[in-house]
Write a protein that binds this ligand. Structure first.
Ligand code: ATP
Ligand code: MG
Length: 444
């Protein structure tokens, strides 16, 4: 006697079940298919720009030794002071989830001897970065950046080109009313004098500074200009400006960039308070934002000392990074239309077990000749599958019922003409191609 359903029930495995559904870590959103269609558009634009301007794509690990950022991003930067995710390995090494790309790219440039290539070396990258921030609009703990970096030239033409590339990225994505904020923060020759003047100025206003800035006053008064606190912000206007202390070389460099921007017809605003949050910048710093919003879409600048600081030969460099989520937000707001590029030309319907076997084989035959197909095999009835076919808007439907499966035929239905015909399965592809040609359906 065979087993009865009751016997099965008796032996059924009990699996442990979660009482609640788990959530992703705070500030680390999932990226769902619809949003990925938008993101793919962004990455495509990044890739096209990278190719056009002669950049090679680089990928670096998500984890790096913590000291890369302590040394590279800088000990007084907000990132290092407050925003790093640090992991201790079982071997007790300290690794940080990358909070940005530039030090990693410089590390890879040195480690892989990329400095042996003709200069400047142009690299682009994209991927997730991690910062321990309070999640809010445009601010996440895991977000993506795309980067463009140019290593090995001090020429201001590359500062202008970097800005142009980001500007182009945003205009390729149909963004309007963009504003470039630009400033210079000088070099090791002239910045210390500005530093001193800033320190004196803020010291005289100490009582109006927030607790963080009181601390910044001691370690790096430049950072005060970056503070988002209102009372500190209101002090900025009276603060000494770098432009009044520039050495002749930095002055010439800045002037040339502005001339290039004029020639390129790019809208810019010299923002004397722009210093940016990273310690390694020299000379140029810039951000691009929408005129109607304060959140920066991208930021960057020149970092002439970083390669040397990380153990290489003195190598001037310039680059920048854009936040993908901030771009997505603008695209959504602008109702930027993206269609799924995969449009099925055929919808495949199978009714019954034998028909499903045939359908799986036909699906592969169609894939081999690159005819895009959709299916909904989990729906058993013809009616339910036809409803799905309507949703996909495929111009042709192939129906395999019990009879067709046995006869090795298919029913080929022209959805537009509402006509159908029985075709030998061997001739399926030939017939489809013929019809596509008659209908002027491209690609085939
Ligand atoms: P902000 O001043 O807005 O904090 P930042 O100076 O810290 O920006 P960068 O280090 O220059 O930012 O990073 C480059 C770009 O990455 C920013 O212009 C922005 O588009 C994006 N970005 C920075 N932090 C976040 C974040 N927490 N979430 C999402 N995007 C971010
Ligand atoms: Mg920040």
């Amino acid at each position: 006697m065979g087993r009865r359903p009751k016997d099965y029930l008796k032996n059924k495995i009990k699996r442990p079940k979660m009482k609640t559904i788990l959530q992703a870590p705070k500030g680390m959103p999932d990226i769902l298919p619809e949003e990925n269609l938008l993101r793919r558009k962004i990455f495509k634009a990044v890739e096209d720009l990278g190719n056009f301007y002669g950049f090679g794509q680089i990928e670096t690990p998500v984890l790096e030794e913590t000291k890369l950022f302590l040394h590279g991003t800088g000990p007084t930067s907000e990132i290092v002071q407050k925003q790093m995710f640090i992991l201790k390995t079982p071997g007790k090494d300290l690794l940080a989830l990358r909070p940005e790309f530039t030090p990693n790219i410089v590390r890879a440039y040195l480690e892989n001897g990329l400095y042996n290539n003709p200069k400047p070396v142009k690299l682009f990258a994209w991927g997730p970065v991690f910062r321990y921030e309070q999640p809010q609009r445009g601010r996440y703990r895991q977000f993506w950046q795309c980067n463009f970096e140019i290593l090995g030239s001090a020429d201001p033409i590359y500062d202008a080109l970097t800005i142009q590339i980001f500007y182009n990225l945003f205009t390729e994505l149909k963004m309007k009313e963009l504003m470039i904020e630009i400033n210079t923060i000088g070099c090791d020759n002239c910045r210390p004098i500005w530093h001193k003047n800033l320190k004196n100025y803020f010291r005289s206003k100490r009582k109006f500074l927030c607790a963080d800035c009181k601390n910044r006053l001691k370690i790096n008064p430049l950072r005060i200009l970056d503070c988002k606190n209102e009372s500190c912000q209101s002090l900025k206007n009276g603060a000494p400006k770098m432009i009044d202390f520039l050495c002749p070389e930095c002055r010439k460099h800045f002037k040339q960039i502005l001339e290039y921007l004029e020639i390129l017809g790019l809208p810019y605003n010299i923002n004397h308070h722009l210093v940016r949050g990273l310690d390694y910048y020299t000379k140029t710093v810039f951000e691009i934002r929408l005129a109607s919003d304060n959140l920066a879409l991208c930021g960057g600048g020149r970092y002439d000392y970083l390669v040397e600081m990380l153990g290489g030969k003195s190598t001037p460099a310039v680059g920048g990074a854009a936040g993908i989520e901030r771009l997505v937000e603008v695209l959504k707001k602008n109702n930027f239309k993206v269609e799924n590029p995969y449009k099925p030309k055929v919808f495949l319907i199978a009714i019954g077990d034998l028909a499903k076997q045939r359908a799986l084989k036909y699906l592969e035959a169609l894939r081999k000749v690159k005819i895009p197909v959709a299916e909904s095999f989990a729906h058993e009835s013809l009616k339910a599958q036809l409803r799905q076919a309507d949703k996909w808007e495929a111009p042709y439907v192939i129906i395999i019922g019990q009879k067709e499966a046995l006869d090795n035929t298919i029913i080929l239905r022209d959805m537009k003409a509402s006509s159908q015909e029985v075709v030998e399965s061997e001739k399926m592809i030939e017939e489809l191609k013929k019809r596509f040609k008659n209908d002027n359906i491209e690609n085939i």
